[in-house]
Design a protein around this ligand. Structure first.
Ligand code: DQA
Length: 140
């Protein structure tokens, strides 16, 4: 299975950005943990962008080159109909992941546009959420 892992704005600063909320592991740590978990059972691609249009273009790329998407759209979850529309053009499984429990935080984080397309939504498990999504996809 080919899986595109897409991380949205500010997640390049994982490990140093509000570690009390997002933890001390970096995006590079996430990639190595996921690659170790995938072994030869999944082909992973990783992309992070602070730009909405680049995330949309990565989703378009995934239309031809991936069987599933694991996406943390970060703040764009709460604002971006454009990312929702892009995901609606993708035919494979979409797993939405948030490190923090968005429902336990400010009200403006409670709604995610992407959840209207996601096959599953995982939040509040930190990086373990991405690994849960990966294990689910590898088993399905
Ligand atoms: C986040 C939650 C969002 O509300 C926030 O804007 C982020 C990260 C998370 O992983 O918990 O940047 O998606």
């Amino acid at each position: 299975i080919r899986i595109a892992v897409i991380n949205g704005p500010n997640l390049n600063l994982l490990g140093v950005r509000q570690p009390e909320i997002y933890g001390y592991d970096t995006l590079a740590d996430l990639e190595s943990q996921m690659r170790a978990a995938a072994g030869n059972n999944a082909q992973l691609s990783f992309m992070q962008s602070n730009h909405e249009g680049e995330i949309i273009e990565e989703i378009h790329r995934a239309r031809n080159e991936a069987d599933a998407i694991i996406i943390n759209p970060a703040a764009y979850s709460h604002t971006s109909v454009a990312i929702l529309d892009a995901l609606n053009t993708f035919e494979g499984k979409v797993m939405e992941v948030h490190l923090s429990n968005i429902h336990k935080r400010e009200k403006f984080r409670h709604h995610s546009w992407v959840s209207g397309r996601a096959d599953a939504v995982i939040c509040g498990m930190g990086m373990a959420g991405y690994l849960a999504a990966l294990n689910y996809l590898m088993a399905s």
